[in-house]
Design a protein around this ligand. Structure first.
Ligand SMILES: O=C(O)c1ccccc1NCC(=O)[C@H](O)[C@H](O)COP(=O)(O)O
Length: 217
């Protein structure tokens, strides 16, 4: 089995960045939306001058951003992927695509219409992040959704030739089950944190589980 793509999200300090830069993550995510994990683009730029994260792709996570908010981030940081995590309209995303030549992912929250939404966005995005749906919180909830739906999401994404990350409450205790479902990618934030900081110990446990799974299958 190929190792699923791995994204560590919600980097909020130079120390966090140092930890994930040394990890097996393929993608590292920064939150530019209202959240306890929100970061300022200028600060991230400073950290990136000090910490070598050049082996990682940088993901900018937005929730219904204005053009100015997008510009503030994209003009300062070498962003590889924009992750839209709100209820951005298709025409909003199309407008961004006119200027941004990188990858675009749409986060969709697990609910009865998610499959329809995957279809709605398929012509404007390169991939999906399926996350838990919680009242008053767009993401970073630490809560997982019913993973019985994951095979269906993966199948639909594959049909559309898109990558599909599974997010929401993934941690070292439940990642084994998720790995058996062969997600294209796994996205973690709360599950690699301790006292609001990224934890080397938790990352090590996650990566050991992933490695064992890949070696066994
Ligand atoms: O992480 C946040 O605080 C956040 C806030 C607003 C929008 C999105 C946010 N996170 C996006 C992510 O990609 C997270 O990694 C994803 O929601 C999973 O989080 P978690 O359940 O904490 O592992």
């Amino acid at each position: 089995m190929h190792k699923p793509l791995l994204k560590y999200c919600g980097i909020r300090s130079e120390a966090d960045l140092e930890i994930v830069a040394e990890s097996a993550a393929d993608f590292i995510g920064f939150i530019f939306a209202n959240s306890k994990r929100r970061v300022e683009p200028g600060k991230v730029r400073e950290w990136l001058k000090i910490v070598d994260a050049s082996s990682k792709k940088l993901v900018a996570v937005f929730v219904n951003p204005s053009q100015a908010e997008l510009h503030d981030v994209l003009s300062v940081l070498p962003i590889d992927v924009i992750q839209f995590h709100g209820n951005e309209r298709i025409e909003d995303i199309m407008r961004v695509k006119e200027k941004f030549s990188g990858t675009i992912w749409k986060a969709l929250h697990h609910h009865p219409e998610t499959i329809d939404e995957m279809n709605d966005y398929k012509d404007v995005v390169d991939g999906y992040v399926i996350d838990s749906r919680m009242k008053n919180q767009w993401g970073g909830t630490g809560i997982s959704f019913d993973w019985n739906a994951v095979p269906n999401y993966l199948e639909i994404a594959t049909t559309y030739e898109k990558v599909c990350f599974i997010a929401g409450g993934v941690n070292e205790q439940n990642i084994d089950r998720l790995l058996t479902l062969k997600p294209h990618g796994i996205d973690l934030s709360s599950g690699i944190e301790m006292n609001d900081k990224k934890s080397k110990k938790k990352i090590k446990l996650i990566e050991e589980r992933m490695l064992q799974h890949v070696n066994l299958s």
